[in-house]
Design a protein around this ligand. Structure first.
Ligand code: UT7
Length: 332
């Protein structure tokens, strides 16, 4: 049917039990709680310690919670899209593994890799499938086991990242709720500043690449920071202008949780008071594709039908974007 929108009708999430504190990190490397809190704003992050388990372990749990909360049978699901930079394997897609584990048998799935913007890109993709009228139940997962690619001898990267997974259900609605508008952008020049050097087709794994510690995140923090501050704010303000939204009209900014200073700069450019910004970076760190669904999961009880949300991200690629969502349900 024409004119339908894709509404978020539920959220599930999973956070691993193990908590890596700043104090524990300070015992592993030359850093301090004070430096990490001042420069990044992270107090602790959760780490998946289960032996032999990867991103799908967390995705499976997030999706099972989502299915339960939305009273959905796995066989009713049409599509499962998983945003991740830490797939269980290079192939097949982690989406297929999660779908198999939760019993989705009548749908299809694929992964999206857009760095920390992965969930936003996947949400945009899922929304378009729903709006087309062809699919009725689309699950969008954002999940990352960042601890699998963090070098815990590198103090410039290790404090930033954590593990986690979140999942939302998208369903068609005739009402004026759901995904209202999407702006996505990218610039491949950013690949130089944030990447994983080895393990892909350019540099397959070798003894040398392991010895050179090239299977970990490589990040030049300052250029990434500068791009993130300007692009996340630009695109969020652009979305407000496009829809004549003032700061009063916005219930929450849902920002990617990479650095508290980036979040604050974005909110300031949008004219938003801090109480209108979803923040959980202090507890989870940067969970890459999982940050946005984890925010909405944490704040779900304070969201009401009709609330205007601006989701905003920046990540590897570089990729960035904003999605304007009108929340579609009241808390239970
Ligand atoms: O989600 C994907 C997108 N990623 C991001 O958005 C990350 C963007 N970048 C950042 O958030 C920041 O650049 C960092 C948090 C990574 C670094 O913060 P910064 O304020 O840019 O610090 P810096 O790199 O300029 O380093 C300042 C100082 C340096 O020492 P010197 O050269 O001034 O003596 C670093 O060696 O801080 C030192 N430093 C640390 N000190 C204690 C770097 N890491 C640490 C640490 N503990 N963990």
């Amino acid at each position: 049917m024409r004119g339908q929108k894709a509404a978020i009708t539920g959220i599930g999430a999973y956070i691993p039990d193990y908590i890596l504190t700043n104090d524990e990190l300070s015992n592993m490397m030359d850093t301090s709680d004070e430096w990490i809190m001042t420069r990044i704003g992270i107090k602790e992050r959760h780490i998946l310690k289960e032996e032999g388990e990867g991103t799908s372990f967390m995705g499976e749990r997030a999706v099972n919670q989502l299915l339960e909360k939305t009273n959905t049978k796995p066989e009713e699901v049409d599509i499962l899209i998983c945003a991740t930079v830490t797939p269980d394997h290079v192939f097949p897609a982690t989406a297929n593994i999660i779908a198999d584990k939760v019993g989705i048998k009548n749908g299809f799935g694929f992964d999206v890799n857009a760095g920390c913007s992965g969930f936003l890109y996947a949400l945009a993709t899922g929304a378009k499938y729903v709006e087309s009228g062809m699919y009725k139940k689309v699950i969008v997962v954002g999940a990352d086991k960042m601890s699998s690619i963090v070098d815990y001898t590198d103090r410039t990267v290790a404090p930033i990242f954590g593990d986690g997974a979140g999942a939302v259900m998208l369903e068609p609605t005739d009402d004026n709720y759901g995904v209202m508008d999407i702006i996505l952008e990218s610039d491949g020049v950013g690949r130089h500043y944030l990447h994983q050097k080895a393990g892909g087709s350019v540099k397959p794994p070798s003894h040398e690449s392991v010895d050179a510690r090239e299977h970990y995140i490589y990040q030049e923090g300052q250029p990434v920071f500068k791009w993130a501050v300007s692009k996340m704010a630009d695109v969020s303000v652009e979305m407000m202008k496009k829809h004549n939204l003032t700061s009063d009209d916005i219930r929450y900014l849902v920002p990617h949780q990479a650095n508290m200073r980036i979040i604050s700069a974005t909110a300031k450019r949008m004219g938003l008071d801090p109480h209108k910004v979803m923040i959980n970076i202090d507890r989870y760190g940067n969970t890459t594709a999982a940050t946005l669904p984890l925010c909405m999961w944490d704040y779900e009880k304070s969201l009401k039908k009709g609330d205007n949300l601006i989701l905003s991200t920046f990540g590897a690629g570089f990729t960035w974007g904003a999605i304007y969502v009108k929340w579609a349900y009241d808390p239970e």
